[in-house]
Design a protein around this ligand. Structure first.
Ligand code: IPE
Ligand code: IPE
Ligand code: MG
Ligand code: MG
Ligand code: MG
Length: 308
């Protein structure tokens, strides 16, 4: 199957799975449930779920059966991501009114509902991952991976640094460390969980983690660039807000050219890491073919060249 069609099929698959897993909007407490559904089921790119499927395929080839466990991990990572966006947009954080092309959750509902919806989405993520139909040791490893990526040493830690650095400049190294946590950690977890659930060996997990780290860093550099270069209509979120709010980003620190240069450097390191994974012995659950890693490579390239 051509990669674009495959990604489209995975996208439809995870959308249906999320829809079925989220609590019904006509069941009490209705506003909370409706806000959770609103936050998740909008026009997201679903990069992180697609990375779960693509990373699994890269280490073990395509396989129909173990896909069920991947659905749970793919849903879990998107639920944590959606929660992070709801809270990122709150007045106490980035105070944003537009997300995925429509009003943010605290505008469409209210602030208390947005806080609670974020909290509940995070719990739902761990609930769905814990129920993954896979060997218990693989599920526990994936749970640990997601917990670490979401918490103080990952996304929340990075968001805390982001808030502390608003209105202040930091070194490029400190900025990279912040980006790795606030955005990189969840992207890395998506890639690693895909491998964990399909029986990747230690060497493959190391390779996947490096791919995830680089892609996560590159993804946020691109997000910084898009904030400065694109318009709100295309982005589906408010453009130009990083400079307006005094955010510490690659663009505010290095300028557009400097940020583009850093992105290119990360992209070529990422290409090397992908080549390394492809050269490794395939030892996952199913026999991999020579283009098992194609979806992961294409997805990574698309993520760094995206227009929204
Ligand atoms: C936006 O993530 C927030 C960042 C971590 C940069 P995405 O660009 O993946 O947002 P959606 O899911 O497509 O809305
Ligand atoms: C947010 O970074 C990263 C998260 C953990 C949500 P940004 O604040 O730059 O994300 P956007 O631009 O609002 O999507
Ligand atoms: Mg932010
Ligand atoms: Mg923001
Ligand atoms: Mg941004």
């Amino acid at each position: 199957m051509a990669v674009e069609a495959k990604l489209e099929a995975w996208r439809a698959r995870i959308d249906a799975f999320l829809d079925a897993r989220l609590p019904p909007a006509d069941e009490a407490p209705e506003a909370l449930h409706a806000a959770m559904r609103y936050a998740v089921l909008g026009q997201g790119k679903r990069l992180r779920p697609l990375l779960v499927y693509a990373a699994a395929e890269a280490v073990a080839g395509p396989g129909p059966e173990p896909m069920a466990a991947l659905d749970h991990a793919a849903a879990a990572i998107e639920l944590v991501h959606a929660y992070s966006l709801v809270h990122d947009d709150l007045p106490a954080m980035d105070d944003d009114a537009l997300r995925r092309g429509r009003p943010t959750v605290h505008i469409a509902f209210d602030e208390a509902t947005a806080i609670l919806a974020g909290d509940a989405l995070q719990s739902a993520a761990f609930e769905v991952l814990a129920a993954a139909p896979a060997a218990p040791e693989r599920v526990v490893a994936a749970l640990r991976e997601l917990a670490r990526a979401a918490g103080a040493s990952g996304m929340c830690g990075g968001q805390a640094i982001d808030m502390a650095m608003t209105g202040r400049m930091q070194s490029v190294d400190a900025l990279a460390a912040m980006h790795r946590k606030k955005t990189g950690a969840l992207i890395e977890a998506a890639v690693v969980m895909g491998g964990l659930l399909r029986g990747a060996d230690e060497a493959q997990l190391v390779a996947l983690r490096r791919i995830g780290t680089l892609l996560g860093l590159g993804f946020q550099i691109k997000d910084d660039l898009l904030d400065a270069e694109a318009d709100s209509m295309t982005l589906g979120k408010t453009a130009g807000k990083d400079a307006a709010q005094g955010k510490s980003t690659y663009v505010t620190l290095l300028g557009l050219e400097g940020a583009r240069g850093r992105l290119e450097a990360v992209a070529s390191e990422l290409d090397e890491a992908l080549t390394l994974l492809a050269a490794q012995h395939q030892s996952g659950d199913a026999p991999a073919t020579k283009d098992s890693g194609q979806a992961l490579s294409d997805l990574a390239a698309m993520a760094l060249r995206r227009s929204r």
